[in-house]
Write a protein that binds this ligand. Structure first.
Ligand code: GDP
Ligand code: ZN
Length: 460
């Protein structure tokens, strides 16, 4: 394919020891050579591919030195974009990296649009669409596990699964054609129905399996939205502090990728918790009392997990009851705090009121945090899921398409069972095949592709 040569800053803006300006396209080498001055008048065009070179960048009009650099050169097609790629490593900092970028632009490269490098990798056939999207997820990955999911997807695990399913569907459609065209038996109609039904159930089960991972996948990617509630003085702020201090706050720092704005996340045994930031927590304190049960219910509905804190050394109050009412039906862990003080709370009453998971803590004495973390992790993984075994689907577009494909298959099952003519069943099967194809970009229109890639960070 014919493309012009593009460039962008590929590392986070702002501080950072090193910044990278990436160039991709036919003119990448020539542009780099025109501004690079290495020891012994070395020319990058003559050097081996996939090597790195120390030197200086100059303004070719004046031969004035602009930057001290390391330049990586990579001949296509063994590159991220499959094109010739040059990466200029320069000092971090907005001024110096921008100077390098301007210099490259002045030599004829065009500023890349957001996601354009990845888009080229896709258009040049190096990766499929779900892999391209995984690149974006990778950039946003907030824990090691989330990163593994994205990596797995990038390596094509989801793609492989989808391809297998499409193959099954296609084979079934082909087999049905054969049955219709060359009826060797009298009961072709019945045979075809049976074949369709068997395959439809198989595909349905497989899609459901993938979709079942979507909740975990989404949480791994976005974090488990967690709200701490409780009456004043029970220890909510103390809990927040313990969780933040006992666990590494999550910072995304993948070399060579753009760091997006990070919210307050903590990694609890591989589960990323998105704790409402401290200011937010303060605002939601005493939320029931302040804004009433109805509205607080609406606020709390957004949460994936509620940590309800009760005071061990006080009896349950009407306010506690209101809190329980407000969070009915949600994933809740009840924390009975201040166990270092004499017990006044009635545990049976707490259970009666609807607490299923109860953990006792003394945040003052640093007791019980382990148990709490255990409870959070087992709630999330439901005790049965082994991360790594599964391909998690976490991308909203993939989930929507899988849901639609599932619908098409389900409607084919209904049709078969109602004895509806085969050609209608074929339509449903074909539709499912197409929808699954959209996930890996095999039947996607250009407009959608452009929209997808424009969501990427600049420089990717
Ligand atoms: P919040 O109003 O719910 O956020 O409660 P805080 O976390 O601000 O705690 C209120 C008070 O209870 C503070 O003085 C804490 O030091 C104290 N506190 C928190 N946890 C414990 C505990 O486990 N035992 C005891 N004795 N005091 C605690
Ligand atoms: Zn507080």
């Amino acid at each position: 394919m014919e493309f012009d040569t593009i460039t962008a800053i590929s590392t986070p803006m702002g501080e950072g020891a090193i910044a990278i300006v990436r160039i991709s396209g036919d003119d990448a080498y020539q542009i780099a050579d025109s501004i690079y001055r290495g020891p012994g008048n070395k020319r990058l065009e003559d050097a081996d591919s996939h090597t790195i070179h120390y030197g200086h960048l100059v303004n070719p009009k004046t031969e004035e030195t602009v930057e001290e650099v390391m330049v990586s050169i990579m001949k296509g097609p063994k590159t991220f974009t499959r094109e010739d790629v040059v990466e200029i490593n320069c000092h971090g900092g907005i001024v110096s990296v921008n100077r390098v970028l301007q210099l490259v632009l002045s030599r004829g490269a065009r500023l890349a649009e957001p996601g354009e490098f990845t888009k080229r990798a896709f258009l040049n056939g190096r990766i499929d669409l779900s892999q391209a999207e995984a690149v974006m997820d990778l950039i946003r990955a907030k824990t090691d596990k989330a990163m593994n999911v994205a990596l797995g997807q990038m390596e094509g695990r989801l793609s492989q699964l989808i391809r297998r399913l499409r193959q099954e569907i296609l084979q079934t459609l082909a087999q049905v054609e054969v049955n219709i065209d060359y009826p060797e038996y009298d009961d072709v109609e019945e045979m075809t129905h049976r074949l369709f039904l068997e395959k439809a159930y198989f595909v349905k089960t497989e899609i459901e399996k993938i979709l079942n991972t979507s909740e975990q996948g989404k949480i791994l990617r976005d974090g488990l939205s967690t709200v701490i509630i409780g009456r004043p003085n029970v220890g909510k702020s103390s809990l927040l502090n313990s969780l933040v201090h006992e666990n590494k706050a999550i910072v995304t720092d993948i070399p060579g990728t753009t760091r997006d704005v990070i919210e307050e996340y903590v990694n609890v045994r591989g589960v990323p918790l998105k704790l409402v930031d401290t200011a937010g927590i303060r605002e939601t304190e005493d939320i029931v009392e302040r804004i009433g049960v109805e509205r607080s219910r609406a606020v709390l509905k957004e949460a994936d997990l509620i940590l309800l804190v009760l005071n061990n050394s006080a009896e349950l109050t009407h306010e506690d009851e209101l809190l329980f009412e407000a969070i009915e039906g949600m994933d809740v862990i009840v924390i009975i705090n201040k166990t270092d003080l004499p017990r006044k709370i009635d545990l049976d009453q707490v259970k009666q009121i609807g607490a299923k998971q109860i953990v006792s803590t003394s945040l003052l004495e640093d007791q019980g945090i382990d148990d709490l973390e255990e409870a959070i992790a087992s709630l999330f993984f439901k005790g049965s899921l082994e991360l790594g075994d599964l391909t998690y689907v976490s991308n909203a577009r993939h989930i929507a398409l899988l849901g639609q494909a599932l619908q098409a298959i389900e409607s084919s099952i209904e049709a078969i069972e109602a004895g509806i003519p085969i050609d209608l069943v074929q339509i449903d099967f074909t539709k499912a095949w197409e929808l699954l194809g959209e996930i890996i970009g095999e039947s996607v229109q250009d407009g959608l592709i452009n929209q997808l890639f424009s969501q990427f960070c600049l420089g990717k």
